[in-house]
Write a protein that binds this ligand. Sequence first.
Ligand SMILES: [Zn+2]
Length: 134
Amino acid sequence: MITLPRKIEKEPIDGNYTTIKLPNDLVIEMDQLIGKHGFKSRAEIIKDALRELLTRYKNSELPRFEHFNIDPDGARITDRKRHMIADIYFKPEGIFCDLDKSNGCEHIDFALTVPKIQEIIREKIKEGWKLPDV
Ligand SMILES: [Zn+2]
């Protein structure tokens, strides 16, 4: 197998800008957006598209779920995939997710893995609350 040397991209060191070549079919398609959606130039479209892509990859490196505000009444779970916050409530009749209006969803599954939440739930179970075993 012959391996061709891979061309190394130029470092963006010449001033504040870097020139990048794009295939013309993509540019033609992109030009149709100029004058629409507030875009005035190719550069604006590229910058907007690239920022969105970079944000997406940055977000995908973070865990999907994260907990905060844990107290005896419930917890809040950040859902980075749905870009929403799920409020989880602990009640005598069971556990409830306000986002899904459900007592069984991914947010609850995640919440039940958090040690601090497990501690609260075990205490509440002792008081007779109908919560899942953790
Ligand atoms: Zn949920």
